[in-house]
Design a protein around this ligand. Structure first.
Ligand code: CIR
Length: 409
């Protein structure tokens, strides 16, 4: 069976992209849990869905096939035994309090179809919902204690992060936070059991049971030989070493990983919130990272199999990119035009988080009008997505999409 995965750049014409249409998980956000669940505000679901459908429409209109995480996940568990194992693994990782709660949830899950099951796992379960079911646990009777018997997963619409397609393989991530780590279980089951993937020999560049964390928003594929990976609030340097060892010593064709050490703060949580590639030699960048940025190049060492050679790059970012991407010129397009107020405001609303659907053609949030105008002045085709709701989750068009296939460039 042919491997359907092929992502060897950030900009090659996008063929297939994975999204998750926001669901009831957003209506299970409450103020007391926002920090832990990595949200800054509570989106209005109805409008978030409208915005998201518009996002999907832009893809469709531009010849990009849209596939949905919820569909792949429910198709992957069609076999009864697989479904059973999936539920068990999911509950093992869901901080369910006590055996009684586990039994209650299992019985509830058993009454659902595969797609209802996946939706419910994503949405979480309120204690009030199971009042008509058999309750096996004391804590589930206590509404005032904590209102959920199962936590929601509100970050799922950021399909960029829990796993990343790299070349013809996949990096199934170990997420920094418990709240996002369960998301990676969907990837495990999709790549092991979905009919599209189960008989394909798909290289796994990193796995969710590794100790150190790495998230997809930190992984950028600059061309078929060079990647950039952020050392960030979410991604550990040790995880990058392991990932680099696996991929550079494989027959993937990748030769260099550039590790970008960026400030560890929420606004800059991943490399793609401050730096994205939009054309052969054009990049968006948030000016606030330019001062503190340090880049290390990682290549295969000549001193032994599986060993790495790591060098600190001493030149400016443009020069580093020109050298490794073999370009004569590189343009860094600054978020907010470099003005510190506009840059900070627009970056907070993902002004640097562009998704290229072809070389020089991107999807952006319309609200970042200063950055968008500058992109157009630089010859970039800009598709604007209006957002007042999706943006509250702190992620833009790149965060909300995972390419499965791009044309090679
Ligand atoms: N690649 C990205 O930057 N993704 C955005 C993730 C936002 C989500 N609320 C999070 O904090 O993980």
């Amino acid at each position: 069976m042919k491997n359907p995965l092929n992502v060897k750049s950030e900009i090659g014409k996008l063929n297939t992209v994975l999204l998750h249409r926001p669901g009831k998980e957003l209506e299970n956000l409450v103020p007391d849990c926002l920090d832990r669940l990595l949200f800054d505000d509570i989106p209005y679901l109805e409008n978030a869905i409208k915005e998201h459908d518009e996002f999907a429409r832009i893809f469709n209109e531009n010849g990009v096939e849209v596939i949905y995480l919820e569909d792949l996940a429910s198709e992957a568990i069609a076999n009864g035994k697989v479904r059973e194992k999936f539920i068990d693994d999911f509950l093992d990782e869901s901080s369910v309090v006590g055996e009684g709660s586990r039994e209650t949830i299992k019985e509830y899950f058993d009454s659902l179809s595969n797609s209802e099951l996946v939706d419910k796992m994503m949405a979480g379960i309120r204690k009030t919902e199971i009042k008509n079911h058999k309750i096996h646990s004391l804590s589930d009777m206590l509404d005032c204690d904590y209102p959920f018997i199962l936590d929601p997963m509100p970050n799922l619409y950021f399909t960029r992060d829990p796993f990343a397609i790299v070349g013809n393989g996949v990096c199934i991530n170990h997420m920094r936070t418990e709240t996002r780590n369960r998301e990676t279980l969907f990837a495990k089951y999709i790549f092991e059991y979905h009919p599209k993937f189960k008989d394909v020999d798909i290289p796994i560049w990193y796995n969710r049971d590794e100790r150190y964390s790495i998230e997809g928003g930190d992984i950028l594929i600059l061309n078929n030989e060079v990647m950039a990976v952020g050392i960030s609030q979410r991604t550990d340097s040790a995880a990058i070493e392991k990932f680099a060892r696996n991929i550079l010593w494989s027959d993937s064709g990748f030769k260099t990983v550039l590790a970008f050490d960026i400030p560890k703060k929420r606004a800059f949580m991943h490399l793609d919130t401050v730096f994205t590639m939009i054309d052969y030699n054009k990049f968006t960048i948030h000016p606030e990272i330019e001062g503190p940025l340090t880049v290390f190049s990682i290549t295969k060492s000549v001193h032994g199999k599986e060993k790495l050679s790591i060098e600190k790059e001493e030149s400016e970012l443009e020069d580093i990119l020109m050298k490794y991407l073999k370009l004569d010129k590189v343009s860094l397009i600054r978020c907010g035009g470099g003005n510190i107020v506009d840059a900070a405001r627009e970056q907070w609303n993902d002004g640097s988080n562009t998704l290229a659907i072809a070389p020089g053609e991107v999807i952006v949030y319309g609200r970042n009008y200063i950055t968008n105008r500058i992109l157009e002045d630089n010859g970039i085709i800009v598709h604007r997505l209006d957002s007042s709701e999706l943006v509250r989750g702190r992620g833009g068009p790149r965060c909300m999409s995972m390419p499965f296939s791009r044309e090679d460039i």
